[in-house]
Design a binder for this molecule. Structure first.
Ligand SMILES: Cc1ncc(COP(=O)(O)O)c(C=O)c1O
Length: 392
C-alpha cells in the first residue's frame, strides 16, 4: 500500500489482499499447519518463498495482513504480531541485547516492563539502568560500550509523562544504540516515533489497536532487517498469536482513527473538567495548556490520547470512594477500549512497587487513572461530578 494514502485509508486497506472467493474481509486462517503439494514446495519454502506457509508459529496469512497494516500505520518497513504487549517488549529486547550487555530505560514505564527489566533480565545477565527523562543529561553517566538498547515509553503509564523522543534519539544515535519506543498510550494515530528517529516501536495491541477490550496482543514495527531477527527470536520464545485473535485485532484497527479522535476529544474535556474541581489536587493530561509538558507533547504528538490521570485530596481512601461511586466508568485495569475504565494505579499497574519506586514514578495512593472511551462526553463528566461530590 503506497503511503500517498492517509491514516484511516491505510487502516482499512493496507495489507489486505484480494481473496480468491471475493471475500471483502481477510479470512481467518484458523490452522496450526499448512499442507505442501509435494517436497519441492517444502524446499521452496525453506529457500525463502514468502508466498508459502509452514506452521502458524512461523507465520500465517491473517497475521501477515495485520503486520503489514501496522507497518503502514507506523511508517515502518515491517511488522511482527505477537501474543501480548509484554511479548512485544521481551521479544524486542532479547533480539537486540544478549547476556553481558546493558539497556537504558526511562522510568516510569508500565509495571510489567519494569518488573521484566528489574527482576527477570538481571537473571539472564542483562543489566537495565533507569533514567529520569526529565534529567536526561544523566544518561551520559550510564552509557557504556556494552549498552545495546535505549527503551522508553511515552506518554507513560499511568501518569502521562512525556519523554522527549528526539532528544533520546540524538544521544543514542551518536553511539549507534537502537531506540525502542512503547507507543501504546499514544497510538500511531497520535504519534509515530519512527518519524522522530526511533528504530522500533512496540505496542500492547490489547489496548487502543484492538479497541474493544476483547483480545490480548502485541506488535513490533521497524526496519525489516531487525524485524527478521525478531521473528527468529519469537519463533523460539513461542510468543506467537492465535489467528482468531489476529482477526479481532484486524477488525479493531480499521476503526482506530475514528475511535482515537473521539477518545482524544473526550479525554481533553474530562481533563478540563477535573482541573476545575476543588477536591482534585493534580490532573495529568499532556493536552492541557497548563501542563508543564504541553509544548513538548505538541512537538511530537498530533493528539494527546484518551488517558487522563488525577490525584484527589485524601489519598487512597478518597480515591477508593471516587472509584467505587462511579456508575459509568468501569472499575477495571487495562485501557484503550470503547468503554471508559477507571483504576487505582497503586492497586493495579503499580501494585507491589516499594515506596521509593512509587516516588520515582510519581505514583501516589490518591491517583485515579481513567481510560476515556467513546461514550458521550457530558455523560462521562456527569459521572465524575457525582462521584467527586461524594467526597463532601
Ligand atoms: C504501556 C504498556 N506497555 C505494555 C503493556 C503490556 O501489554 P499486554 O498486557 O498486552 O501484555 C501495557 C499493559 O498495560 C502497557 O500499558
Amino acid at each position: 500500500m503506497k503511503s500517498k494514502y492517509k491514516f484511516s485509508t491505510l487502516a482499512i486497506h493496507a495489507g489486505e489482499e484480494d481473496s480468491p472467493l471475493g471475500a471483502v474481509t481477510t479470512p481467518i486462517y484458523q490452522t496450526s499447519t499448512f499442507a505442501f503439494k509435494n517436497t519441492a514446495e517444502v524446499i521452496e519454502y525453506q529457500k525463502g518463498d514468502s508466498s508459502k506457509y509452514l506452521y502458524t508459529r512461523y507465520g500465517n496469512p491473517t497475521l501477515k495482513t495485520v503486520e503489514e497494516k501496522m507497518a503502514a500505520l507506523e511508517g515502518g518497513e515491517a511488522g511482527l504480531l505477537v501474543s501480548s504487549g509484554m511479548a512485544a517488549v521481551s521479544t524486542t529486547a532479547l533480539t537486540l541485547v544478549s547476556s553481558g550487555e546493558e539497556i537504558i530505560s526511562t522510568e516510569p514505564v508500565y509495571g510489567g516492563t519494569f518488573h521484566l527489566f528489574k527482576e527477570v533480565f538481571p537473571k539472564l545477565g542483562i543489566v537495565v539502568n533507569f533514567v529520569d527523562p526529565e534529567k536526561i543529561e544523566q544518561v551520559e553517566l550510564l552509557l557504556k560500550a556494552n549498552t545495546k538498547l535505549f527503551f522508553c515509553e511515552t506518554p507513560t503509564n499511568p501518569n502521562l509523562k512525556i519523554v522527549d523522543i528526539r532528544r533520546i534519539v540524538e544521544i543514542a544515535k551518536e553511539r549507534r544504540i537502537p531506540v525502542v519506543v512503547d507507543n501504546t498510550f499514544a497510538t500511531p494515530y497520535n504519534q509515530n516515533p519512527l518519524s522522530l528517529g526511533a528504530d522500533l516501536v512496540v505496542h500492547s495491541g490489547t489496548k487502543y489497536l484492538g479497541g474493544h477490550s476483547d483480545l490480548v496482543a502485541g506488535v513490533i514495527v521497524g526496519l525489516k532487517s531487525v524485524i527478521d531477527k525478531a521473528i527468529e527470536v519469537m519463533k523460539v520464545l513461542g510468543g506467537c498469536i492465535d489467528p482468531f485473535c489476529a482477526f479481532l485485532l484486524l477488525r479493531g484497527l480499521k476503526t482506530l482513527g475514528v475511535r482515537v479522535e473521539r477518545q482524544n476529544h473526550n479525554a481533553s474535556k474530562v481533563a478540563e473538567f477535573l482541573s476545575g474541581q476543588d477536591k482534585v489536587n493534580r490532573v495529568f493530561y499532556p493536552g492541557l495548556p497548563t501542563s508543564s509538558q504541553h509544548n513538548l507533547a505538541k512537538s511530537q504528538m498530533r493528539g494527546f490520547g484518551g488517558m487522563v490521570c488525577f490525584e484527589v485530596e485524601g489519598g487512597l481512601e478518597s480515591a477508593t470512594k471516587v472509584i467505587d461511586n462511579l456508575k459509568l466508568f468501569i472499575n477495571a485495569t487495562s485501557l484503550g477500549g470503547v468503554e471508559s475504565l477507571a483504576s487505582l494505579p497503586v492497586l493495579t499497574s503499580h501494585f507491589g512497587f516499594d515506596q521509593k519506586e512509587l516516588q520515582r514514578a510519581d505514583v501516589t495512593p490518591g491517583m485515579v487513572r481513567l481510560s476515556c472511551g467513546i461514550e458521550d462526553e457530558l455523560d462521562l463528566i456527569e459521572d465524575l461530578r457525582q462521584a467527586l461530590e461524594k467526597l463532601g
